[in-house]
Design a protein around this ligand. Structure first.
Ligand SMILES: Nc1nc2c(c(=O)[nH]1)N[C@H]1C(S)=C(S)[C@@H](COP(=O)(O)O)O[C@H]1N2
Ligand SMILES: [Mo]
Length: 460
């Protein structure tokens, strides 16, 4: 591991990384793609110990859409809306269609939200620790491209690689070659930073922008793939490399009419070399189209957006990199944060019941409730539940051995006595001592909602 740049700590989390990079901006050594000078200056102004601002270099604001990967790096995409209605098991009716999602989205498993599909928590009841692939949430900025593994190539290039300084001189690796390298298998969840966002409005009266997910923008899988470290070293990683930026082969993302280019987000080399995978299997199957077929990046314990699907190329840079996905988006803005926004921290502790909203329960009978809790930073240590809106709490029984980067399943019995609407609450604490608060800290994009959710049900 000689190539750890000394100025970035080993396997940093997102917030540490961001702080280091802002200092480098101040020193005039960072480059930005896809966002303008004014935004950059706002970020700089928010950096701690903001000294004199250096002039931006010539590469300061290269247009995202001018990138060569864009023209030649992608296979023909023929995204189609969600498939035909499922014949069997569609108790609640037809499959909904989300524009650009390939797999069927039966209404008893998913709530379609724009180009995305949220997993219903009731669909996880009785499933194991890993989310079945047909119920795994989908977060697409645009449409799922249908890529052909036989034609897929990953291109590695940039000033941090020996002999591959530009995209046109990239080192290439194909699917079969990738699969022939030693692989690693591990469990990890992917969770959208906006998971729970809808509760800012419904529970805290604070409207925010973005997809109003409830708690179903998370899934856990067993991933198999090749450590990114293996591929970077084979590609000629130089000691001076500091950042890597994977990019997706899906279409460019347009935001308010502005083309922000393909979905991409940088990571420090130290993280890339520690536990990041180029994943090609999920739960023992080839990656499904919607989850990145044939290969996605899996960045354990970072927010979901870091795990770039349909990865087509990775820039390896001797200069720090930025993208709109860690500057104007996926950053915390609002009164509780510095003016230029704060970096996303690791997700807090969260809990969900495996129930639908307003699910009905018979009064006077004992019901076995189930749910899951997870934390972005540490294993979950304990889970408490309250069935009277938070007056009294008791321990739920954990069904899994808590592990970092994974959720634990739990169960608790409930005997409702009175008819009417009841609020079920679950509150977890992790091994780092963090407990879910009553209120989440407001931010304009509604990220990192970690408060205890009041899950309303009907006793009949
Ligand atoms: N290429 C590409 N990668 C992407 C995205 C995308 O739209 N395009 N969405 C990101 C976001 S915001 C999340 S939360 C996860 C969702 O992964 P999933 O759709 O497999 O659940 O993928 C990330 N990787
Ligand atoms: Mo996300």
């Amino acid at each position: 591991m000689t190539s750890f740049p000394p100025h970035v700590p080993a396997a940093p989390d997102e917030a540490d990384y961001d702080r280091v990079r802002l200092r480098q901006w101040l020193a005039g050594t960072a480059r930005a793609d896809g966002f303008g000078r004014r935004e950059l200056l706002r970020l700089l102004a928010a950096a701690p110990a903001a000294a004199a601002l250096p002039a931006l270099g010539a590469t300061g604001a290269a247009a995202a859409s001018g990138h060569p990967a864009h023209a030649s790096g992608r296979a023909a995409s023929s995204a189609t809306p969600g498939g035909a209605p499922r014949a069997a098991g569609a108790a609640r009716g037809r499959a909904a269609a989300a524009p650009g999602i390939v797999k069927p989205l039966p209404a008893e498993w998913f709530v379609v939200r724009d180009t995305n599909a949220e997993t219903r928590w009731s669909a996880l009841r009785g499933t194991g620790p890993h989310t079945p692939l047909d119920r795994f949430f989908v977060r697409n900025h645009v449409a799922t491209p249908r890529l052909d593994a036989a034609r897929w190539r990953l291109r590695l290039w940039g000033s941090g690689l020996r002999g591959a300084p530009t995209y046109d001189r990239a080192v290439e690796i194909g699917y079969e070659e990738l699969r022939s390298l030693p692989s690693v298998t591990r469990s990890a969840f992917v969770e959208c930073a906006g998971n729970g966002r809808g509760y800012f409005a419904t529970q805290q009266g604070e409207p925010v922008s973005g997809t109003p997910w409830t708690l179903g923008a998370i899934g856990s899988a067993r991933w198999r793939g090749v450590p990114l470290a293996t591929v970077l070293r084979r590609a000629g990683l130089l000691e001076r490399a500091v950042d890597v930026m994977p990019r997706g082969l899906d279409d460019d993302y347009l935001s308010d009419g502005v083309n922000l280019g393909p979905v991409r987000r940088p990571l420090p080399v130290a993280k890339a070399l520690s536990d990041v995978l180029l994943a090609y299997e999920m739960n023992g199957e080839p990656l499904p189209h919607d989850h990145g077929h044939p290969v996605r990046v899996l960045v354990p314990s970072w927010n979901g957006v870091a795990s770039i699907k349909w990865v087509g190329d990775i820039e390896v840079s001797a200069e720090p990199l930025y993208s709109p996905w860690n500057t104007r988006m996926y950053r915390l803005f609002g009164p509780a944060h510095p003016e230029g926004g704060a970096p996303l921290t690791r997700a807090g502790v969260r809990s969900a019941f495996e129930l639908d909203p307003h699910q009905r329960f018979a009064a006077g009978r004992t019901h076995r409730l189930t749910g899951r809790s997870w934390s972005g930073a540490a294993p979950v240590r304990s889970v408490e539940v309250s069935f009277d809106g938070g007056a009294r709490w008791r321990q739920a029984r954990l069904l899994d051995r808590p592990r970092a980067g994974d959720w634990v399943r739990w169960t608790a019995d409930w005997l409702p006595r009175h008819q009417g609407t009841a609020a079920l609450l679950a509150r977890a604490t992790d091994a780092a001592g963090r407990t879910q608060p009553d209120r989440a800290v407001y931010n304009t994009h509604g990220y990192l909602f970690d408060a205890v959710v009041r899950h309303l049900v009907e006793v009949v």
